[in-house]
Design a protein around this ligand. Structure first.
Ligand code: NDP
Ligand code: ZN
Length: 174
């Protein structure tokens, strides 16, 4: 419990100043907190390392957080999960998207849970508070890609998969 609150405080500080892409430019930290909320309160997941990794999942990709810093505060198990859900930003966008589909099935169970929660939350955002300038087509393209990733990791957590499918159906509505 204390470690999760520590992770929220850490991520809030690291993401301070960052915003989501919705019209209201919501604080970025809402998104990692939403992942932990889905995992803990909608899927009943109690594994503290998974919940901490969910809160920290975008810090290495999108902030100056180093693996060493994270390992010191939260342990190597958390770093390993976060690394598995971190894209290599030196690669072009399209390649990063392709690699997510290709590598999803080889991820650890813990990383798959975080990945599922990430896709659930992003599809919910797409339906409720989408990026301000995205066309219907662009949203559909994102939905198709998210489903292609999730289709590689089915069989890991039926509740999370159901929540994903519900968010996907919501996103298909015009
Ligand atoms: P992304 O597809 O990377 O943007 C989606 C990501 O933004 C999400 O995965 C999420 O990532 C984050 N995000 C922040 N706010 C929101 C929100 N409100 N709702 C949903 N997601 C949110 O877009 P990019 O602009 O980086 O472009 C990447 C790809 O898009 C390219 O590979 C290209 O193929 C394609 N593209 C398509 C176009 C088209 O018109 N069809 C035009 C331009 C590009 P996180 O969880 O990390 O925060
Ligand atoms: Zn994310």
């Amino acid at each position: 419990m204390h470690r999760i609150i520590q992770a929220i405080a850490f991520a809030a500080e690291k993401h301070r100043g960052q915003r989501r892409k919705d019209r209201d430019a919501s604080p970025y930290i809402n998104h990692p907190i939403a992942l932990a909320n889905v995992l803990a309160n909608e899927a009943g997941i109690e594994d503290e390392s998974v919940l901490v990794a969910a809160v920290l999942h975008d810090t290495i990709e999108d902030t100056d957080t180093s693996e060493e810093e994270m390992a010191q505060l939260f342990g190597q198990a958390v770093v390993d999960i976060v690394n598995e859900v971190t894209d290599d930003k030196s690669l072009p966008k399209a390649e990063r998207k392709r690699l997510q589909i290709e590598r999803a099935s080889q991820a650890s169970r813990e990383a798959k849970l975080v990945k599922l929660a990430d896709k659930i939350c992003n599809l919910r955002d797409l339906a409720g508070s989408p990026p301000a300038d995205w066309s219907f087509e662009r949203k559909q393209e994102y939905l198709r890609w998210a489903k292609a990733v999730v289709d590689q990791i089915r069989g890991v957590h039926p509740t999370l998969e159901r929540l994903f499918d519900e968010a996907y159906r919501l996103g298909l509505l015009p």
